[in-house]
Design a protein around this ligand. Structure first.
Ligand code: FE2
Ligand code: FE2
Length: 289
């Protein structure tokens, strides 16, 4: 176990070199999730980064957040949309910068990881609505950041793939198996370790660590079940780009092929409505950031 922890630490060590302003994005993420968050300080911090501020304002003015009149400042968002919405906007906007770059080792073009992550977060929040989960903020964030480990493992995996000769007959049944074979860990575990390092709560880090562990599904918390389910569905649809109108999804086919799904209240019976609501919300938000 100790050995395993050291491996994840090795990969998260260089995170500060990966994104332009990691200090600010990370601070915003951890401040927004602190129970004693001072919103004036949060607003001041956000406004120090013009890109983050611009993303937040675009999102705040979108139909997705139900806004009718022009919002022109971060403080405006707090006053008009409420503190909970500010948290979600801050987290979403901070994540865009972290995930828009290409992740070559995973065959992810520029923007692909962001669209996949954003789709997973939107779907997780719709599943939460139907499951009547009161505080869905942590689940939304976990869904948004579930593949953040790919940002950290992209370079090491590229190097490992080019250096180590994999026997042609060696086939990996999953991406996680490939990661384990070459790096002795996977992007779910590295993502979990990173979120712990940032000081985010277990409600957020745990679902990230569990999102490729179907064998744990019976015993994990509802947050892990919902993030697993949302990621699994988004992967099944194959969302990787900004043209969601091109995606189709056959619910019956999906149910026929996937007998083992986590037990989430009101999911199976409402699947058609959930997917319809998801596509509407995803279409509305996907080109904003
Ligand atoms: Fe993943
Ligand atoms: Fe994913």
């Amino acid at each position: 176990m100790e050995n395993e922890i050291n491996i994840e630490q090795k990969y998260i060590k260089n995170v500060d070199n990966l994104v332009p302003r990691p200090d600010l994005a990370f601070d915003v993420l951890s401040m927004a999730h602190n129970a004693n968050c001072n919103f004036k300080e949060l607003a001041n911090k956000i406004e120090r980064d013009p890109n983050l501020t611009a993303n937040m304002l675009r999102l705040a003015n979108s139909a997705y957040f139900g806004h009718m009149r022009a919002i022109t400042s971060v403080k405006d968002i707090i006053v008009r949309l409420g503190l909970e919405t500010v948290k979600l906007l801050a987290i979403t906007s901070a994540s865009v910068g972290l995930m828009k770059s290409p992740q070559e080792a995973y065959n992810l073009e520029p923007g692909s990881l962001w669209y996949h992550s954003h789709a997973t977060a939107v779907l997780a929040s719709v599943i939460c609505q139907f499951a009547k989960i009161g505080d869905a903020g942590a689940i939304y964030t976990a869904a948004l950041l579930h593949d953040i480990g790919k940002v950290l493992l992209n370079k090491p995996l590229q190097v490992a793939i080019s250096n180590i000769k994999i026997k042609p007959e060696k086939k990996f049944s999953s991406l996680v198996e490939l990661e384990y074979s070459l790096l002795q860990t996977d992007h779910a575990k590295v993502g979990e370790a990173l979120l712990e390092k940032w000081g985010l709560s277990e409600q957020i880090s745990q679902p990230v660590g569990d999102h490729h562990s179907p064998e744990k599904l019976e015993s994990v918390d509802m947050g892990s079940k919902i993030v697993y389910l949302a990621n699994f569905l988004v992967e099944s649809i194959g969302i990787r780009s900004m043209s969601p109108e091109n995606y189709t999804f056959n619910i019956q086919e999906f149910i026929d092929q996937n007998q083992i799904l986590p037990d989430v209240p009101n999911f199976q019976a409402n699947m058609e409505n959930i997917m319809e609501e998801f596509f509407t919300q995803f279409n509305e938000t996907t080109n904003i950031c």
